[in-house]
Design a protein around this ligand. Structure first.
Ligand code: PDD
Length: 291
C-alpha cells in the first residue's frame, strides 16, 4: 500500500521519513492512546465530523487533553489531504498517545500528546460488497470500555487472524453467546424486515457507519432495533451484514458452517448499500438482485 509522504504531526506537516519516535513512547509501551480511521472517496472525507467527535470522546475518556479544538483538528485533516494532493479513494489513520516519557505506569507530569495522521490509498472491496463475506463466531475477551477507540487491539487482532486462518473475512464476537460486534466492524441481523444490533453501550465501538445506517433506516422506514441478538439467532437470520469505515456495509452470507438464508446478499442490506453510496456520493456497486 502506498503511504503518502506528508504526515501531520503536532500541528505541522512533515515528510514521513523525518518522523522519529522515541522507544519510550506510551502508545508503544502501554497502548496508552487512541486512534481513528476516516474513509476518503475521490479525495473527500466521508463522515469526518462523526470521527472527530469520537476522537474527542475517546481522548476525554482516557484523560488526554488534545491541543486543538474540533474545528482546528478538522481543518488540519483537510489540509493533510490537500498537501498530499489526494484525489483517490483512501483513508486517514490518525493516532494520539499520551506522549513520550520514561516508562512508568503512572501518567507522566507535563507531557505533550504525540499526534500523527497520514493518508493511504485504499480502493473499495467491491467483490465483498457485491457477493458478501464469510465470518466465524469468536469469544469476545476484550475489556469493558470498547466504546473507546483505544490502541489496545490485541484481542481484536487475534480474533481477526483466527477468522483469516479459517478463510473468513471477519470474526463475530460474543460474550456468553450475546453478539457484541466484530473484530473491526459492527454487526447486524435482519429478521422479518427489522434490523437488530447490539445497543451502543460500553461493550461496542459506536461506529460512525453504524450511526449513518441508523439515519438511513429512519429515511427508509425500516425498524432499527438496538437489541442484542445471540449466536443461536444467527441460523434464523433472513440477512446479516457488518459495517465499518473500510468495509462500508458488507453482506455476511455464511457464519461458521451456517449459510444465511439463500447465501446471497439480502434486499435490506442492498437497500442500505445504495443509501450509503448516495450519502457518500459514489455509485459503483453492481447490484445483482432486482429489488
Ligand atoms: N475499525 N467496531 C470496531 C471494533 C472497530 O474497530 C470499528 C472500526 C468499527 C466500525 O467503526 P466505524 O464505522 O466508525 O469505522 C466497529 C476501523 C476501521 C479500524 O480499526 O481500522
Amino acid at each position: 500500500m502506498y503511504v503518502y509522504p506528508i504526515i501531520l504531526t503536532q500541528s505541522s506537516f512533515t515528510h514521513k521519513d523525518s518522523l522519529k519516535y522515541p522507544f519510550e513512547e506510551r502508545g508503544l509501551q502501554f497502548g496508552d492512546g487512541i486512534y481513528e480511521v476516516v474513509r476518503i472517496y475521490h479525495g473527500t472525507y466521508y463522515l469526518l465530523e462523526a470521527h472527530v467527535d469520537r476522537l474527542f470522546r475517546s481522548a476525554e475518556a482516557i484523560k488526554i487533553q488534545l491541543p486543538y479544538n474540533k474545528e482546528e483538528l478538522t481543518n488540519l485533516l483537510i489540509e493533510l489531504l490537500e498537501k498530499n494532493k489526494m484525489t483517490n479513494d483512501g483513508k486517514v489513520y490518525m493516532q494520539v498517545t499520551r506522549g513520550s516519557a520514561p516508562r512508568d505506569h503512572v501518567f507522566p507530569a507535563d507531557v505533550m500528546p504525540n499526534i500523527y495522521a497520514y493518508v493511504q490509498d485504499q480502493s473499495r472491496n467491491l467483490a465483498g460488497l457485491e457477493n458478501g463475506v464469510h465470518a466465524i463466531t469468536h469469544r469476545d475477551i476484550r475489556w469493558e470500555n470498547c466504546y473507546i477507540k483505544s490502541l489496545n487491539l490485541l484481542p481484536n487482532v487475534l480474533a481477526k487472524q483466527t477468522a483469516k486462518d479459517n478463510d473468513c473475512y471477519e470474526a463475530i464476537l460474543h460474550k456468553d453467546s450475546t453478539v457484541t460486534e466484530c473484530s473491526s466492524s459492527n454487526v447486524y441481523l435482519v429478521k422479518d424486515g427489522k434490523i437488530f444490533t447490539h445497543p451502543a453501550t460500553n461493550n461496542i465501538l459506536h461506529g460512525c457507519v453504524r450511526m449513518a445506517i441508523e439515519r438511513f433506516t429512519k429515511e427508509m422506514n425500516i425498524p432499527f432495533i438496538e437489541e442484542a441478538f445471540s449466536v443461536e439467532d444467527i441460523s434464523l437470520a433472513d440477512e446479516m451484514f457488518l459495517s465499518s469505515s473500510t468495509s462500508e456495509i458488507t453482506p455476511v452470507v455464511k457464519v461458521d458452517n451456517t449459510q444465511i438464508a439463500d447465501g446471497e446478499p439480502g434486499p435490506i442490506t442492498i437497500n442500505l448499500q445504495q443509501a450509503y453510496e448516495r450519502d457518500a456520493n459514489i455509485h459503483e456497486i453492481k447490484i445483482k438482485q432486482t429489488l
